[in-house]
Design a protein around this ligand. Sequence first.
Ligand code: CAA
Length: 257
Amino acid sequence: MEFKNILLSNENDIAICQINRPDVLNALNMQTMSEIVNALEISDKDENIHAIILTGNKKSFAAGADIKEMSNASSVEMLIRDQFAKWDKIRKIKKPLIAAVSGFVLGGGMELMMCCDIVIASETAKFGQPEINIGVMPGAGGTQRLTRAVGKIKAMELVLTGKIISANEALQLGLVNKIIPIEYYFEEAKEIAKEIASKPQIAVQLAKESILKSFDTTIENGLEFERKNFYLLFSTEDQKEGMNAFIEKRKPNWKGN
Ligand code: CAA
């Protein structure tokens, strides 16, 4: 598939999806979001791929939805375009998504980052939901995912003031896993992706699915869901291999099934 605004490449069992609109700080117009979703779906279906890195460039992961594309739209046009609906497909990606972010991580950029499962940030990363400063509010998950990630009072502060926070503040809030010097943040994301890619893949995907389930169900239903996924893993060869390897005091040899 031909892409205009992203670059998609594979390195062994890792896919790398790079947003590539540097002139506009990787603003996420509709074309770019379609391409990102397509790239993630292609990688998700590719059985040789075990983890996916989503990244931008050192200056900007993404400075938000494309303001110029939306500025003159009416509510009805926005409703008909329903441009954020396709973001829901990101929730269905089964493979682990690792965000490697640097520079501006704003508005839709931060919302995209929060769709990912692990976040590695460069020390220059700046985060925020500044939509209030242009007369709107987050529209691609910010009020929901940010609140679940950092709690009500911090989400209110970020969304209602539009303030920008540093990588350190984002780390303290639990929005990112690690802060790494700018020269190495992408390498670090690759290291984590490689580590996850080396694990038994069905267990990785069912564990991801179970964690995501906790966001939209009761504890009782979530525990039941988790338990069934746990039992399901006993039909995989990797469960037998993993447990036998432990008992036989050797390294497991994962088959991925
Ligand atoms: N949409 C469209 N274009 C954008 C953009 C955006 N979100 N962010 C930056 N750009 C463009 C600028 O218009 C500029 O283009 P020109 O050279 O053609 O003028 C170029 O990128 C460089 O930007 P600046 O000159 O502004 O760079 P700066 O270093 O002075 O400032 C910035 C950087 C603070 C990130 C500033 O660009 C900015 O505030 N951007 C907008 C951030 C924002 O409000 N994001 C939220 C968007 S709405 C949203 O995301 C809704 C949602 O929930 C999905």
